[in-house]
Design a protein around this ligand. Structure first.
Ligand SMILES: Nc1ncnc2c1ncn2[C@@H]1O[C@H](COP(=O)(O)OP(=O)(O)OP(=O)(O)O)[C@@H](O)[C@H]1O
Ligand SMILES: [Mg+2]
Length: 357
């Protein structure tokens, strides 16, 4: 590819004044990193919209607080669901909003943008994210698959001829990938991650305790007492609505119950890890045996999930330092390397086959 042929003379003039940015466009959280300034935005991927005018009322944490609490003419939506873009127009608006806030400059600044996208997005969606970034003022946009970004951000030696394995457990998807020499060699993506765990808890409370609870309450229960293995057990009081009477009710649940509620999702994550290992070449398996599997994403913080995965896969497993920010750090690191950017463009057009289930 002749990169020089792609250079716009205006970019050479404006380049030094622009702030290149890296974005982890996650289904649960969007993180934005600006070269020279570091992490500037870390907000839930939620947008509150006026249904009639389609005007944006709020984005991020402010919009997340509105979920389930909006009047009839306002909706709080999560435009990315289960690792795919479910509402493109809103995703574009959200991206534009974050890019503009991140640039925050009165000068004509046209940043280059590196965006981490779920590896389950289709080519049409990749094009859409790319175009949205250009519409928001970017002069170039490079897309990087989340597990690759997570591996780079977690400090794995992705370009060396050695096997690195990462499991990124986000809100919408769990992505398992084995990487060697800068390429994803084997990968599996499942739509089971933090959001599904929240739904498990909502279903459990409904079925076992006759209690209707919202998504945020379920997430709080998961974070406070959720676990993947037997431990010093905890309990938490949950507020919701009694399904029989329709009245408010409080129920105290234990970590034992929540572990049972989460068991199906945990099993699906373990199974995705095992299936990826099964199709990994033996030499790389030996490397991973030595160096271990790295867990990234917010879901990696679930208590004892690392121990459970180690027990079930028989590989050493560890949680990355700062797992929620691995992807954005990886995107930022990719941004620093023109050679990586050039390769990303090639990857964008020719991606390896992937198991999706
Ligand atoms: N301490 C914790 N224990 C368990 N889960 C947690 C914890 N902290 C955050 N999470 C969960 O992590 C998920 C969000 O993780 P993350 O920000 O990595 O997702 P994302 O990158 O937006 O999603 P995706 O990668 O699927 O697009 C949420 O489901 C959240 O509830
Ligand atoms: Mg993610």
């Amino acid at each position: 590819m002749n990169l020089l042929a792609r250079i716009n003379p205006l970019d050479i003039l404006l380049g030094p004044f622009s702030q290149d940015i890296a974005i982890d466009l996650g289904t649960a959280n969007t993180l934005v990193w600006v070269r020279g300034r570091g992490l500037v935005i870390e907000e839930p991927s939620v947008v509150a919209i006026d249904k009639l005018s389609r005007r944006i009322i709020a984005v991020g944490a402010e919009a997340k607080r509105m979920v389930g609490r909006t009047p009839a003419d306002i909706v709080a939506v999560r435009p990315l669901r289960d690792g795919v873009i479910s509402d493109f127009a809103v995703t574009e608006k959200m991206l534009q909003y974050f890019i503009r806030i991140a640039i925050n400059s009165p000068f004509l600044a046209r940043p280059r943008v590196v965006i981490g996208v779920p590896s389950g997005v289709t080519d049409v969606e990749r094009r859409a994210v790319h175009d949205a970034a250009l519409n928001a003022g970017a002069r170039a946009c490079y897309l990087i698959e989340e597990p690759m970004a997570a591996a780079i951000g977690g400090g794995l030696p992705v370009s060396e001829p050695t096997g690195s394995m990462v499991i990124d457990i986000g809100g919408g998807t769990t992505e398992v990938a084995v990487i060697s020499m800068g390429k994803i060699v084997a990968s599996t993506s499942i739509p089971v991650a933090g959001d599904e765990m929240d739904r498990d808890i909502m279903a459990y409370m409904r079925q076992v305790h006759n209690l209707l609870i919202g998504e945020s309450a379920a997430e709080e229960v998961k974070i406070r007492v959720g676990s993947a293995m037997v431990m010093e057990e905890l309990s938490v009081t949950v507020r919701g609505r009694d399904l029989a009477t329709g009245l408010p009710k409080e129920v105290t649940v234990s970590s034992v119950e929540i572990r049972e509620a989460l068991s199906r999702s945990i099993h699906a994550i373990v199974d995705a890890a095992r299936r990826t290992i099964e199709v990994t070449p033996p030499e790389l398996v030996a490397d991973i045996m030595t160096r271990g599997i790295m867990l990234a994403g917010g879901g990696a913080l679930l208590r004892s999930l690392d121990r459970r995965l180690a027990q079930e896969t028989r590989f050493p497993v560890y949680v990355a330092e700062d797992p929620i920010r691995c992807v954005v750090r990886g995107c930022a690191a990719a941004m620093e390397e023109v050679s990586v950017l050039a390769r990303l463009q090639a990857v964008n057009s020719r991606r390896p086959p992937r198991q999706v289930s």
